[in-house]
Design a protein. Structure first.
Length: 277
């Protein structure tokens, strides 16, 4: 009873051995060829990506865009080589392409917000409406550009806060770029009897003596208007964005000290109330 069972097991092992031997003999060259093609493809992808990155850097293209383009070239070449290798092994790639297409459509719908950010990031890097170190303002949010990524732009302000803005909210919006400086604008009143020319000269002297004020953009001091309190003086000057409030407060104090030393007072509104008996 045991001998037929043993013979059957031996026969099964013989069949398996024969199947493996036939497979190796028949497909060994295809497998070896596919492996060689894939390794060559990896080398070619790395070489092409390096060439693309070098050419983009040679033409002073932003490093973020250079990395994105070189990685995209590498991925495209690897995918093409993988398709060739599968065909070499006799595996049909048509069903796989259809499945990948369907999966890509679903992923695109699910990640459309992220893809919109990436597309906007590429637009920002290519058109360069601002660069790292510029001061920008978008939708009442302002700060110094710290990093420009494909998905988001990161700002910092004087308080040390880090502000992340999705790139899709930058493209198509009104963008204010004051580069590395930000404008300070102040207004105050003087008496109608005061010498406006003297006061304007006095404030100009204070602004010219401040090393923190950006003198290449000339500070502006003049009569901004007239009201019931007195003559309204307008003051405009530029300071480094990272020290905006610090320099604004210092300059305000310096102007106040100069006015006080010149015996110039700032009028305040007075309301008279008459009581009838």
């Amino acid at each position: 009873m045991n001998e037929p069972s043993l013979d059957q097991e031996l026969q099964q092992l013989q069949n398996v051995y024969s199947l493996i031997t036939e497979f190796v003999i028949e497909y060994s060259f295809q497998i070896a060829g596919a492996i060689i093609i894939f390794l060559l493809g990896l080398w070619l992808a790395s070489k092409a990506a390096s060439i693309v990155a070098a050419q983009l850097q040679k033409h002073n293209i932003d490093i973020t865009l250079s990395n994105f383009a070189s990685n995209l070239v590498r991925i495209i070449i690897i995918v093409m080589v993988a398709v060739i290798c599968l065909g070499k092994l006799g595996i049909s790639v048509t069903p796989m392409v259809a499945a990948i297409g369907a999966a890509s459509l679903g992923a695109g719908l699910a990640l459309q917000g992220m893809l919109a950010n990436y597309a906007a990031g590429v637009t920002i890097i290519v058109t360069r409406p601002f660069v790292v170190g510029n001061t920008i303002e978008i939708k009442d949010v302002s700060g110094v550009v710290e990093t420009i990524k494909l998905g988001q732009t990161i700002l910092t302000n004087e308080e040390g806060e880090q502000i992340s803005i999705p790139n899709k909210h930058i493209i198509g919006e009104i963008l204010h770029n004051s580069f590395a400086y930000k404008m300070v604008e102040n207004k105050f009143n003087i008496d109608y009897q005061a010498d406006a020319d003297h006061i304007i000269q006095l404030i100009n002297a204070v602004l010219a003596a401040s090393p923190a004020i950006y003198q290449e953009k000339k500070p502006l001091v003049g009569i901004n208007g007239f009201n019931a309190i007195g003559i309204e003086i307008g003051v405009r000057y530029w300071v480094p964005t990272q020290r905006y409030y610090e320099e604004k407060y210092h300059t305000n104090l310096a102007i106040m000290k100069a006015l006080t030393a010149a015996n110039i007072t700032i009028p305040c509104p007075v309301k008279e109330i008459h009581l009838q008996r």
